[in-house]
Design a protein around this ligand. Structure first.
Ligand code: CTP
Ligand code: MG
Length: 218
């Protein structure tokens, strides 16, 4: 099996509100994208790394990640993943898609996702049980429904796919905004397996998340 990882790092980070794109913001002295790439590659199962970055950051990304293929992302996360898919070498059979914003996702999580895909699952996502009670609300803010928490999972990345499945998912006509790749695979009607996630794979979204990640590294 040849495994590639698409590391999406082309977002602006509007909620972090830094002067640079979020993936290039430092955490304990190194950019988030470097943390994420190091942990993706540490287990030794990822053969190819494709980093997807904003157009102005290609040279900087290539300096930071000399082993990566660096490509330019798009306006949405789905567009950025598609740009990464288009850059994959022919021999790749398994594709991980990972957010640079989940900079501390540990190598054990990467291995668990790859293993589940290699066991024959076409789409595998890490997920954590939800501890808050989640309510669906209408436009006025009134509760429509309380969801059954026991059946809910908060999903993370890396998400792993059989390459052909992910390419079919991305080739579908657009059906609204998808915040992850598993959503596109679900739209195909293909089974998506959730495996245990890891609290370290939190998504760094706000300044408070960045501070929390700094504390986790200490
Ligand atoms: N991403 C991307 N291309 C985009 C949008 C997002 O590659 N057009 C990437 C981000 O770089 C990030 C991951 O997708 O690693 C998850 O997105 P998110 O956390 O929303 O990051 P941003 O879009 O950068 O942040 P914000 O939504 O606050 O602007
Ligand atoms: Mg975003």
């Amino acid at each position: 099996m040849s495994v590639a990882a698409i590391l999406v790092a082309a977002g602006s980070g509007s909620r972090l509100a830094s002067t640079r794109p979020k993936a290039f913001v430092d955490l304990a002295g190194e950019p988030l994208v470097v943390h994420a790439a190091r942990r993706l590659m540490a287990g030794g199962v990822v053969d190819t790394l494709v980093a997807v970055v904003p157009a102005d950051w290609v040279e900087q990304a290539q300096r930071l990640l000399p082993r990566a293929h660096v490509v330019v992302g798009g306006a949405s996360r789905v567009d950025s993943v598609a740009a990464g898919l288009a850059a994959l070498p022919a021999e790749v059979d398994v594709v991980l898609v990972h957010d640079a914003a989940r900079a501390l996702a540990p190598p054990t999580l990467v291995l668990a996702v790859v293993q589940a895909v290699c066991e024959g699952n076409p789409a595998v996502v890490p997920g954590l049980a939800v501890t808050d009670t989640i309510k669906q609300v209408d436009a006025s803010g009134a509760v429509v429904h309380t969801l059954d928490r026991a059946s809910l999972r908060a999903v993370q990345t890396p998400q792993g796919f059989d390459r052909a499945t992910l390419q079919r998912a991305h080739a579908q006509p657009p059906t609204g905004a998808h915040t992850d790749d598993a959503g596109l695979v679900e739209a195909l009607g293909t089974r998506v397996l959730v495996v245990p996630g890891d609290p370290l794979a939190l998504k760094i979204t706000t300044p408070a998340d960045l501070a929390h990640a700094e504390r986790l590294l200490q």
